[in-house]
Design a binder for this molecule. Structure first.
Ligand code: ZN
Length: 274
């Protein structure tokens, strides 16, 4: 009996201590999924060589806003807001892809009471046009980008619209964002030279890994297919292995940004995840 009572006491004490820790270091409070457009691809095999050739594919394109007790982090900015006013969308990649937007990022942030100046960190998975379309909306945010990605993008033909007032933090690998282990940028090169993904711990939802474009849709993840336009195939495969290891280690969910089927199951802002 004494043993049982002691065990019960230990459980109660552990619960009290656990609650104490939860209250003191709130960490990530909320994660919002924002609709950052749609990509209509003419031919899926651009992303899955030899598979579904000539078959069109539609991608979701999400941005994610993370509210931490130490600030706000916006992960990716999607297709340019200006596309919302284009009835036929915007054709890119020599006609291979059409961008569309049903609502702007600015309007979605306003709806949840966030002003651009409130965004502490602006982190981009990589510098393709469907991810950096609205970086100029956040002139006072600190940009978290791999140095390798920044140099590559700024030397290329389609320079992202970073503005002079933004502090650019050039990362060289992983980066803990708020110092408490709950939000961590993970270096996953391959799709582009400095591609990165994001690992987030939410109090109720648990661990999430936001893919960026390390992988574009579930079928490619299952078969570990590498898109033909990727910067480095070997690096891509190493990054996919790394993601697989993290999912296993943290029991994390993989949220594949461009997977339309998966995105359809998510709650979008103003709803949020805790
Ligand atoms: Zn993309």
């Amino acid at each position: 009996m004494a043993g049982k009572a002691l065990a019960a006491l230990i459980i109660v004490m552990a619960a009290v201590i656990g609650m104490g820790i939860g209250a003191a270091g709130a960490g990530v409070a909320k994660l919002y999924v924002l609709d950052c457009g749609q990509n209509l691809g003419k031919d899926q095999s651009r992303w899955s060589p030899g598979v579904n050739e000539g078959k069109p594919i539609e991608f979701s394109d999400n941005c994610y806003l993370i509210r931490h007790d130490k600030g706000l982090l916006l992960w990716d900015t999607g297709i340019p807001d200006s596309v919302a006013a284009m009835p036929d969308g915007m054709v890119v990649a020599n006609g291979a892809i059409t961008y569309r937007r049903s609502k702007t990022l600015a309007a979605q942030l306003e709806q949840i009471g966030v002003k651009p100046g409130d965004v502490t960190y602006l982190a981009v998975s990589h510098t393709h046009g469907d991810h950096v379309g609205n970086v100029a909306l956040f002139p006072t945010s600190t940009v978290l980008i791999q140095g390798a990605e920044y140099d590559w993008a700024m030397a290329g033909p389609a320079k992202p619209g970073f503005v002079a007032t933004q502090k650019i933090e050039r990362l060289a690998g992983d980066r803990e964002v708020f110092g408490d282990g709950t939000v961590k940028i993970i270096s996953t090169p391959g799709h582009t030279p400095g591609h990165q993904s994001l690992l987030v711990q939410l109090p109720k939802t648990g661990w999430l890994l936001l893919s960026g474009d390390a992988v574009h849709f579930q079928d490619n993840w299952t078969h570990k297919r590498v898109p033909s336009m990727n910067f480095n195939r070997d690096q891509t495969l190493v990054s996919l292995k790394r993601i697989e290891g993290l999912l296993e280690e943290r029991k994390a969910q993989l949220w594949i940004n461009h997977d339309k089927t998966q995105s359809a199951t998510l709650r979008y802002a103003p709803a949020f995840y805790e």
